[in-house]
Write a protein that binds this ligand. Sequence first.
Ligand SMILES: *Cc1c(COP(=O)(O)O)cnc(C)c1O
Length: 459
Amino acid sequence: MTPIYPPEPFRIKVVESIHLISREEREAALKEAGYNLFLMKAEDMFVDLLTDSGTGAMSSEQWAAIMRGDESYAGARSYYRLKNAVDDVFGFKHFLPTHQGRAAENILAAVLVKPGQWVPSNMHFDTTDANIRARQGRPANLVIDEAHDPENRHPFKGNMDIAKLKAFIAKYGREQIPFGMITVTNNAGGGQPVSMENLKAVADVYHQNGIPFFIDAARYAENCFFIKQREPGFELKSVKEIAHEMFSLADGMTMSAKKDAIVNIGGLLCLNDDTLFQNLKNELILREGFPTYGGLAGRDLDAMAVGLYEGLDEDYLAYRIGQTAYLAARLNEAGIPTLQPTGGHGVYVNAGAIFPHIPNYEFPAQALGVELYREGGIRGVEIGSVMFACLDPQDNKWHYPALELLRLAIPRRTYTQSHLDYVADCFAAIKSRANTVKGYRFTYAPELLRHFTARFEPL
Ligand SMILES: *Cc1c(COP(=O)(O)O)cnc(C)c1O
């Protein structure tokens, strides 16, 4: 018997209690936080699906590795254990540990991006976008058009639009593009994978133009698993072989190890070029730490060395991708529309379709996030007008994003299928009273990165 949704390929050895506070307490907590879920206490959450970043459960092998951590300043054994794993999995000539993915991005942008230059990608994640802008560079998102249609079931909705990429390079010139990127899976676009065929085409275009190619590899293992499942010719290859093929196309990579290396903190920067490596290393020493620890403790490096292999384990990946698909299927059965096809690390609920009576400027996905907490102590994250609507200084009009989404990100190895059933049941309860739910307005909103600190009141 092959299960559609593989059961957890692990058993529980250590537990952390969670508790659903009463409805009155939830109501009071919402009010005190100005109805912003970012401003609430994690302790007041029953099922916390705010992010899959650094929130996963480490294995007994990782905890054992933590005890082996060598805290020597230079040349620690932990560094060499991580180096062996990184060399084996990714196969680049050089690597540097960093404390998070954004630290790797910062160092790369600091060394390579000059004011006014462009960095194309399918879609940059927000920290990558910000690190390019922080050097007066200009990020560009050239994902295929299908990515913007929530119903379109393209199997590789994270793909770069090759025609757009060629036209982009022709327009701005290769001298104005210090490096090009692609994000696997495409987090900002719903955790959608990129095909190997597309990666090859992207690498060819960059290389024909002499542009170094860097992969944002935060969820590379999930992406490689999707390639194995969906791309003809890869069914019989191991995920690790597929990863080798993927990284052999690139000149380097940045990675948040808080995703597919299943650690609570850590990042990686890998590359082949010797001179660039020297320059990046000097920047790392200035910003992060000595190159054999890069802003992390020795024990963090050891946890990462083990986590890299666990993140590639195919039983784990089948369960992981199955878990996300399971939640989406349960929601869809209950009549809750989600972004299709379901991505790797989370389910993106179409709040605009659930609350058609709430206009963009009254924040339907924010309202859904609040209702979900109210109903069941569950935390998702708004990806809609609170995050993205902006006032255009040219015409003094508000511009709203195409979709009002609530993302339910699934931490790795943390919640069981019954937690997900509970989430789906709470959505069903909200749907039955959807027409009574009202929108929100700001009582405080800063100009930038508003979603983190804004406060609201119900209308
Ligand atoms: C999380 C993430 C980053 C940034 O990594 P941090 O570890 O949070 O600094 C970069 N790119 C992608 C695709 C991510 O998901």
